[in-house]
Design a protein around this ligand. Structure first.
Ligand code: HEM
Length: 443
């Protein structure tokens, strides 16, 4: 049996990428859509710190398709139902992940589902899909419940916790157990290593470009190396012992498609790293934002869990931006967009458009009540992306959040510190910048 062959490695040299962007921009025969196309460090900084208002202001001024120059390069943003449907579904083939800013994740993730395209992506995804079937997820519920019980056991009335940290470690334990079949004592260290690796993406753009000892890049690579030891160690152990379970790693080790192609050792490492990355930070943020809103408006705690989750993901979609690169020039909402340029859809901004959502800044789970839910336009709500690259872990995430949130709500109320102000960072998923310090109260 042969292994699937991946694409050639990507450059991680920021200067090479910048040069290529500038060359494409200069050569483009099609002008960029209207927007703010002059270099501005102030705009770049503002976007890095708080992108949502920047995008909403540009939408109000220029409409659903506009250009912003962020750092050195023009980026086209496409917002709203029609744009989301175009990029994710009807014209998805015209947009590359690997050539877009997703490639920034390559130094950490390698060639996993998030950084590959075309046939290699299609075949990899087909090999991995059985690991996310309904039955497989149902089989994980018991393990998720056990991990939640262990994590919640020390809670006492009046105790102070950082809900963000608490959930991060729990979500990583769950991911490691569901992915590796491990009740892993190294989860706190792995959580720390992930935090360190992802911290790279929360740095100022200029700091991200630095190389050499002591730089954010060096710290990210060191954290990656420690995570690699863990993942490769487990792959080797399973290969040597033949040990298998119902976890996803077991499926990947033995998986093959209809042509008999399997996944190489490096490919499995890259997919496992991708799943660990995509699968713990997103859930952590979702739980944190949900309980932030419930602490502010406790009466929503009785809303059905699916509505609470859907509204949390509307206001705070953790995977807030979908970076792509256009392949050919295209037209959308009356604007021409060049080929070969950065094009981003953005669920966070799309979920806050005032002409699509009534009172978008208000947390209102009943938007998703039967009757109202059906009135949401196609493509308006995209927290899990869409089309053939919809989040592969969607059902797993929904089940996990459901178990964790129900367990907390069953026994506890979580109070925010008086004066707590939510500030959001992107690393690259959105999360509360200073954690979520809360006080536990018996329900
Ligand atoms: C609340 C939790 C989650 C949210 C909001 C979320 C959101 C998303 C979104 C928006 C995308 C598409 C990105 C794009 O279009 O650019 C995506 C892709 C992906 N997600 Fe999730 N995700 C969540 C949880 C998970 C979990 C638990 C896993 C794995 C166990 C996972 C694994 C992936 C993978 C591998 C992809 C890439 C799929 C592909 O391109 O074929 N996600 N996710």
């Amino acid at each position: 049996m042969s292994s699937l062959t991946g694409p050639p490695p990507l450059t991680t040299n920021p200067l090479v990428k910048i040069r290529a962007d500038i060359a494409v921009e200069r050569r483009s025969p099609v002008p960029f859509p209207p927007g703010e196309t002059r270099f501005s460090m102030a705009r770049t900084q503002r976007f890095a710190k708080d992108p949502l208002p920047v995008l909403l202001e540009a939408y109000a001024r220029y409409g659903p398709v506009f250009t912003l120059r962020i750092l050195h390069g023009n980026t086209v943003f496409v917002l709203g139902p029609e744009a989301n449907h175009h990029v994710l579904v009807s014209h998805a083939r015209n947009f590359s992940y690997r050539e877009g800013y997703m490639s920034d994740l390559f130094p950490l993730l390698g060639d996993g589902l998030l950084t590959i395209d075309g046939d290699f992506h299609r075949r990899s995804r087909r090999i991995m899909l059985p690991a996310f079937h309904k039955e497989q997820i149902a089989a994980s519920i018991g393990a998720i419940e056990e991990e939640v019980e262990l994590a919640i056991a020390p809670w006492r009335d009046g105790a102070r916790i950082d809900l963000y940290e608490w959930t991060r470690e729990l979500a990583l334990r769950i991911a490691m157990r569901a992915l590796f079949g491990l009740r892993n004592e190294s989860a706190p260290q792995a959580a720390h290593d992930f935090e360190q690796a992802l911290g790279f993406y929360a740095q100022d753009y200029l700091l991200q470009a630095l190389r050499g000892p002591g730089t954010p890049w060096a710290r990210m690579r060191a954290a990656r190396a420690r995570l690699d030891v863990l993942i490769h160690g487990e792959i080797e152990r399973r290969r040597a012992t033949g040990e298998r379970g119902t976890d996803i790693l077991s499926l990947l080790l033995d998986a093959h498609d209809e042509d008999g192609a399997t996944l190489s050792r490096t490919h499995i490492r890259d997919e496992v790293m991708t799943l660990l990355f995509a699968g713990h930070d997103t859930t952590t943020s979702t739980i944190s934002f949900m309980f932030h809103e419930l602490a502010r408006q406790p009466h929503h705690a009785t809303a059905p869990m699916d509505r609470l989750l859907d509204e949390t993901l509307r206001m705070y979609p953790p995977a807030w931006i979908g970076p792509r690169r256009s392949i050919e020039a295209f037209e959308l909402c009356g604007q021409r967009v060049p080929g070969g340029v950065a094009v981003n859809y953005c669920s966070w901004a799309s979920h806050h458009l005032p002409d699509v959502w009534e009172d978008p800044a208000r947390f209102d789970p009943d938007r998703f009540a039967p009757g109202r839910r059906e009135a949401i336009p196609k493509g308006a709500y995209v927290p899990f992306g869409g089309g053939s690259r919809t989040c592969i872990g969607m059902r797993f995430a929904q089940a996990e959040v459901d178990v964790i949130a129900r367990r907390i709500l069953g026994s506890w109320r979580l109070q925010l510190d008086p004066g707590y102000h939510l500030s959001i960072r992107q690393m690259p998923t959105i999360s509360p910048r200073n954690g979520m310090p809360m006080t536990v109260r018996a329900a």
